[in-house]
Design a protein around this ligand. Sequence first.
Ligand code: AMP
Length: 132
Amino acid sequence: MDCVFCKIVKGEIPCYKIYEDDDVLAMLDIAADVEGHTLVLPKVHAADINECDAQTYQKVMLASKKIVDHFLKLGYDGANVVVNCKRAAGQEVPHLHVHVFPRKDNDGVKIKVEHPQNKLNLEDIAKKLRLN
Ligand code: AMP
């Protein structure tokens, strides 16, 4: 399969590895934007959160928690944990991954969803979206 993250898992493309176990790899994001911006991904290929099985997702999320806990122990003050699902949501690499952004107080980083239409009727939306 022509998947860049599968190639990284197989060692065919180098990465800056932060953590690895039997099921998960965590590496620095090549964007080199926020200090410590890390991607946590399953070693098996799954396109996204929608297309992966629950066990794989659980492993990736537990590893993400491990990374967050580790970063806080190292002295960071917080972290953002972000998963993009499909192109409409900005996912560029179709191999499931969790972004972990370590944060410092007043570091100036902004991770925020913005949309001009921000006065929505929450009652209608809750009715439309409720999952029973
Ligand atoms: P997303 O938009 O959620 O799919 O994020 C994909 C991320 O993967 C981006 O932040 C890229 O900078 C990052 N990325 C792409 N190729 C590589 C690579 N070879 N090694 C590390 N990070 C990568």
